[in-house]
Design a protein around this ligand. Structure first.
Ligand code: COA
Length: 320
């Protein structure tokens, strides 16, 4: 028995912010952003929180799967930008969709959050503990960006994607996940200022900081490495994979993966031009778009892979 994706959904805030919009207040350039990242525009939330985005994506995935929310036994939200320290975004979603029988919790693995969620539910479903799961990746990264820092703010966008999984004979073949805390400093965001007792100050929220080149070097090495690993461990050749659904962080990272894996770009779908990097939401948003456009056929072989702050990474190999 394994987990099979039986429904997908996604949601992004309405407001589109183009590179030219950024040029109105930031020393940056449309051409520079397109060439270095592949991003043309991103969505930025106006008043909607991470839980709101997650709820919309979840409702669409539940409708697509055609299940009763009461059937969901485990509900995971991968997010590094929850609205609250507690309660979790997952319990917000649980309440909104009526998944009253689920255990609901968040996973913090930055951009790998959705794949970590898949890794966890696959383990529970494989050993027969749960039959039906909802995994969501949802972020309002815009609220942790320093909008005066052109090295980070141009890259990210807000959004959410979700998948309903159910125990079945076919579906997920293998998942893997890993982390390396020694590299935590290259991409981070302090949650709240420290020492408020000593200073008498109110806690203030932190902002994202990033060593872009270090993250880039990590990503171009790690993505081909984990894709190769999961395929080798499963005895499946690269040419047998129909779609490589990879985290959308930078078009140059995707092109590098294409070269290193010797996989044509036609098999690596791209939507970073329209969303930027939506962190944990990027893989499930892309998956949902492909599903709704009819690009996924029953029996297709998919590899998904993500990487992010932590450092973290994860991959999933599955039959559609
Ligand atoms: N607009 C215009 N110029 C910019 C700019 C911007 N938004 N950001 C940086 N620059 C400038 C720099 O100041 C620098 O100028 P200089 O040569 O005069 O000093 C020049 O462009 C090159 O900067 P550099 O940082 O070396 O560019 P890069 O090729 O490394 O690209 C990133 C920067 C951030 C796009 C790239 O490193 C990257 O994508 N890294 C991975 C980040 C990532 O994916 N993070 C999330 C992982 S989940």
């Amino acid at each position: 028995m394994t987990a099979r994706i039986i429904g997908t959904g996604s949601y992004a805030p309405e407001r589109i912010v183009t590179n030219k919009d950024l040029m109105k207040f930031l020393d940056t350039d449309d051409e520079w952003i397109r060439e270095r990242t592949g991003i043309c525009e991103r969505r930025v939330s106006a008043g909607e929180g991470t839980s709101d985005l997650a709820i919309h994506a979840a409702e669409r995935a539940i409708t697509d799967a055609g299940i009763d929310p009461k059937e969901i036994e485990i509900l995971i939200v991968g997010t590094c930008t929850p609205d609250n320290g507690f309660p979790s975004a997952a319990t917000d979603v649980q309440r909104a969709v009526g998944a009253v029988n689920a255990v609901a919790f968040d996973v913090t693995a930055a951009c790998s959050g959705f794949i970590y969620g898949l890794h966890i539910v696959q383990s529970f479903i494989r050993c027969g503990i749960y039959k039906t799961a909802l995994v969501i990746g949802a972020e309002t990264i815009s609220k942790v960006l320093d909008w005066t820092d052109r090295g980070t703010c141009i890259l990210f966008g807000d959004g959410a994607g979700a998948a309903v999984l159910r125990a079945d004979e076919t579906g997920v073949i293998r998942t893997l996940a890993g982390s390396d805390g020694r590299k935590g400093h290259v991409l981070g965001c302090q949650a709240r200022t420290m020492d408020n007792f000593l200073t008498g100050r109110k806690p203030e929220p932190g902002f994202m900081t990033m060593d872009g080149q270090e993250v880039f070097k990590f990503a171009v090495k790690k993505v081909p490495e984990i894709v190769s690993q999961i395929l080798e461990e499963s005895g499946i050749g690269r040419e047998q994979v129909d779609h490589y659904v990879l985290h959308q962080a930078n078009i140059r990272i995707l092109e590098s993966a294409s070269r290193r894996l010797k996989v044509p770009m036609e098999k690596i779908p791209v939507n970073i031009d329209r969303y930027g990097n939506t962190s944990a939401a990027s893989v499930p948003i892309l998956l949902d778009e492909m599903n709704r456009e009819g690009r996924l056929k029953r029996g297709d072989t998919l590899v998904m892979a993500g990487f992010g702050a932590g450092l973290t990474w994860g991959a999933a190999l599955l039959k559609w």
